[in-house]
Design a protein around this ligand. Structure first.
Ligand SMILES: Cc1cc2nc3c(=O)[nH]c(=O)nc-3n(C[C@H](O)[C@H](O)[C@H](O)COP(=O)(O)OP(=O)(O)OC[C@H]3O[C@@H](n4cnc5c(N)ncnc54)[C@H](O)[C@@H]3O)c2cc1C
Length: 455
């Protein structure tokens, strides 16, 4: 079987690896990547001569997919966990502890947000369970509309937006409840009597288990292991510009003809490639927007007086340009052991291009000045790396789950063509691994059916 995987990000590489596992050495696998390197928005660079991730740096630890993949690939020794320090929020011109016992920053009660929010907002949260609450089962809304209505706009700006800014490079206004917080939407559908009740019901029991994991040598170690074990033909620097049905398979322009195709490209590219062969899916994918971000990695003298916290998230509406600081050398013991300190400074939220439009020099200056403001430390970088991610993250807007269902419905009946990627069922790396595994299973099943005379 000749199979093309279009897009060499983590979704495409995992799909190709799973196809190799399912179909064996005889399968003719080709990964086609538009850039001159694999990995997509995963990229490990060098800071102070040591590997540092310049895109995603971690994954959610409670999901099993990434640790399981590392074990399968024989690189489980790469798995590292954070030191367990707490993050801060910058709001009202000073730092506060990031509230605990929240669901994506939505509080389960007034206690955790006292100090961060003004007394009126705290009182409003305390009072919320007593106020009449109406929710139409199956409804969707942006996160802002629900949380600001029940808990006040300051709760959104200071507790919810800082977290959504990290996960989606979005804000509560650009992110839909049902796609980003499906368990919360389901609790409301089941008849929760208040937002407080719904959030409280969903909080996991307190646990000391690490929230995040990462790779000691960065995601590059995973990308290399996947590529080695898959042994696919890799075509880099070649963007696929069209997909056509031909007898017995697909023509992938400008690469060639294949029996089956996996599209592991971002939503707008997928929409263009599906326009002729699956127009219903193409229309739905075209409705998924992307946000852009930029990252400045600062290498600092080891003695820089950074606080004993894992990072500082910035509330929306603050007069800073950065949206978050990861104090990587505090957060990760394997980075703390190095000779210099590393801090990742993130910029860019959906709908606001003012910071991503800055030049590299301006971004480094903004990162340095804003880090000095939030830490109170003298910041004199030894070196700085700027990495831009234009269109790097999909926005899960209201109606996202319907768009994904439409994409899937439009592909029904095309068993030798499938899609995977961060725009479908979760932006995190674990969700991409799950999505790619499912995509590979669909194609492997189609190949098995074809081999046994099913088509
Ligand atoms: C700055 C940043 C930080 C993040 N941090 C985290 C984190 O800490 N933890 C976490 O779990 N997740 C994080 N994420 C999210 C996660 O990294 C991504 O959602 C995931 O890596 C996306 O993988 P993907 O393969 O689906 O898409 P991509 O990585 O976008 O891959 C798609 C690939 O398709 C290629 N392509 C596009 N068009 C064509 C074409 N026409 N022909 C051929 N190839 C094409 C692209 O060049 C790209 O390589 C972060 C994302 C960003 C941007």
């Amino acid at each position: 079987m000749r199979i093309a995987v279009v897009g060499g990000g983590i979704s495409g590489l995992v799909a190709a690896y799973r196809l190799r596992q399912a179909l064996g050495a005889a399968a003719d696998l080709t990964v086609v990547e538009g850039r001159d390197r694999l990995g997509g928005v995963l990229r490990t660079g060098s800071v102070g001569g040591e590997p540092v991730d310049l895109g995603a740096e971690a994954f959610v630890g409670r999901r099993p997919e990434v640790p399981a993949l590392l074990r399968e690939l024989g690189i489980a020794d790469q798995l590292v966990h954070p030191a367990g320090l707490r993050p801060l929020v910058w709001a009202g011109g000073r730092t506060h502890p990031l509230p605990q016992r929240t669901l994506m920053g939505i509080p389960s009660g007034p206690d955790s947000v006292a100090g961060l929010l003004d007394p009126e907002t705290v009182a409003r949260i305390a009072d919320e369970p007593t106020r009449p609450f109406r929710w139409r089962p199956g409804a969707d809304t942006d996160v802002y509309s629900l949380v600001a209505d029940r808990f006040g706009a300051q709760t959104v700006a200071r507790s919810v937006d800082p977290l959504l800014g990290g996960v989606y490079a979005g804000t509560a206004r650009s992110i839909g409840l049902r796609a980003a917080l499906p368990a919360l939407a389901a609790a409301l559908d089941r008849g929760a009597t208040s937002l407080t009740a719904a959030v409280s019901e969903l909080l996991p029991p307190p646990s000391d288990a690490p929230v995040f994991g990462a790779l000691r040598d960065g995601y590059g170690a995973l990308l290399r292991a996947l590529a080695d074990r898959t042994a696919a033909t890799t075509i880099r620097g070649t963007g696929v510009d069209a997909l056509h049905r031909v007898p017995g398979g697909w023509r992938v322009d400008p690469v060639g003809e294949f029996d089956a195709v996996v599209l592991a490209t971002p939503a707008p590219v997928t929409a263009r490639l599906l326009a002729e062969v699956a127009p219903r899916s193409a229309r739905a994918a075209a409705g998924i927007e992307l946000s852009s971000s930029a990252l400045v990695v600062l290498e600092l003298p080891k003695e820089t007086a950074l606080p004993q916290n894992s990072g500082v998230l910035v509330a929306t509406g603050e007069p800073l340009r950065a949206k978050a600081f990861t104090l990587s050398s505090r957060k990760w013991p394997h980075l703390a052991a190095r000779d210099t300190a590393v801090v990742r400074v993130s910029f860019g939220r959906f709908g606001d291009d003012t910071t991503t439009a800055l030049s590299d020099t301006e971004l480094v200056a903004a990162a340095t000045a804003d880090l000095a403001t939030v830490t109170g430390a003298a910041i004199t970088p030894n070196s700085a790396v700027v990495q831009r991610w234009p269109g790097g993250l999909a926005q899960y807007a209201p109606g996202h789950t319907e768009r994904v269902a439409e994409i899937e419905a439009g592909l029904a009946g095309l068993d030798d063509l499938t899609v995977t990627g961060a725009y479908l069922n979760g932006v995190g790396v674990p969700a991409c691994v799950a999505s790619a595994t499912a995509a590979a299973r669909r194609i492997a099943t189609a190949c098995a059916d074809a081999a046994s005379g099913g088509r």
